[in-house]
Design a protein around this ligand. Structure first.
Ligand code: SAM
Length: 369
């Protein structure tokens, strides 16, 4: 088994630049690619990415690459890989296949043959399953070339484990972290989400300010691999534990719905951040600056089923920026390129990504405006 792997960190499309910056700040180098970041590294790098990336969906490890133009060739070649390293404890496996410009184009049939090849190698039946807990193999066919990548994360990395209370339109944790990063918040100024819902943006901001590794308290697929190094993993966890610090900023959440505020509180409890969080229940039309010092508003306003429904809260927010929130910075997401509200300063569109199958745009108050 090689000690240097090809590692691919997958992120939501639109976040590649931010991910590249995050990975560089971890002290790792590689190449930004569509949908993620590729690098070469050992187990340490693989563990670090899983433990520290706030933006990634998952971290994949390339297991193999070969050519095949028939199912027989596919099974024959795929059964040569050391699957026992990754799947010896598995009772089923998920295989996600995409085929393009290849003789083998039927993705379900490809998945079934690869499961057969893995079973052959393991000497026991390992059925395909849809069980989210089962290990995942990502297979890509392109021009008859087959790329095999095993998922080292085991479940989406944005599932940090603190979302105990769900709301109707929660933002994924990695998208919330991205929004905080796009805002340019300095981790010191007051931080305010006036439409906090289940609290995702606030919790991600507090974890950033605490320098808390997002994977500190979750489990990963690589812990079940034969090459798992408990001592290395423990060392990285200990280091991450030592990185924790008290946040310097103050954090404020608001929502008009008492149930949403309750959900934020429950999630904040699970994320161990309640001491830093101040919550209020108010219509946005009545919010006042929650802190003496002007700070950063970072928010995901309601989009509404139709645009008409979404207009009012945004217009009310804009009105607050004409008055009491005049000096605050603002970053928000919205599913249209034009905001249906007039803010008293220009807003730049700084990024776009997908949220719940919808394209959303990140708007940010222009610097110095
Ligand atoms: C899209 S959700 C926010 C989701 C949040 N980012 C999360 O991760 O759960 C919008 C929130 O705005 C709240 N809201 C809608 N209209 C409001 C208003 N006029 N004033 C204050 N809050 C409002 C809703 O109750 C809802 O929780």
């Amino acid at each position: 088994m090689a000690s240097v792997f090809e590692i691919f960190t997958v992120c939501p499309p639109g976040l590649e630049d931010l991910l590249a910056r995050e990975i560089t700040e971890l002290g790792l180098s590689g190449k930004k690619e569509k949908g993620g970041f590729a690098l070469q590294g050992g187990l340490k790098e693989l563990y670090l990415l899983n433990l520290w990336s706030r933006l990634a969906n998952r971290v994949l490890l390339k297991v193999g690459r070969f050519r095949a133009t028939s199912f027989q060739e596919l099974v024959e070649k795929a059964s040569r890989y050391p699957w026992e390293i990754y799947f010896s404890q598995a009772s089923g496996i998920r295989i996600r296949v995409t085929c393009r410009k290849s003789k083998l184009y039927h993705s379900e049939a490809v998945a079934e043959r690869i499961a057969r090849a893995i079973s052959r190698r393991l000497g026991r039946e390992i059925p395909l399953t849809k069980d989210e807990e089962a290990p995942l193999l990502v297979v890509r066919l392109f021009r008859d070339e087959i790329f095999l990548k095993v998922d080292s994360s085991g479940g989406d990395l944005f599932r940090r484990g603190y979302k105990v209370a769900k709301g109707p339109a929660p933002l994924r944790e990695n998208l919330a972290a991205a929004l905080v990063m796009f805002s340019g918040w300095d981790e010191k100024a007051p931080f305010f989400d006036p439409f906090c819902g289940t609290g995702t943006i606030l919790i991600e901001a507090i974890w950033i300010a605490m320098n808390r590794a997002p994977g500190l308290k979750r489990s990963f697929a690589f812990e079940k691999w034969k090459n798992f190094s408990p001592s290395l993993w423990e060392e990285l966890l200990n280091q991450a534990q030592k990185c924790l610090r008290e946040p310097r900023a103050r954090f404020y959440g608001n929502d008009r719905d008492p149930k949403a505020v309750q959900a934020t509180f429950q999630n904040a409890l699970a994320a161990e951040v309640t001491p830093y969080l101040n919550l209020e229940i108010k219509e946005v039309a009545h919010v006042l600056p929650p802190d003496k010092a002007p700070g950063f508003v970072v928010t995901n306003p309601p989009f509404g089923g139709r645009l008409g429904l979404a207009k009012k809260p945004l217009q009310e927010l804009a009105a607050r920026f004409k008055g009491p929130l005049r000096e605050w910075q603002l970053t928000l997401i919205f599913p249209k390129k034009r905001l249906p509200a007039r803010f008293p300063f220009p807003l730049n569109m700084v990024a776009a990504f997908e949220h719940g199958g919808k394209k959303v745009f990140v708007f940010k108050r222009k610097d110095g405006s």
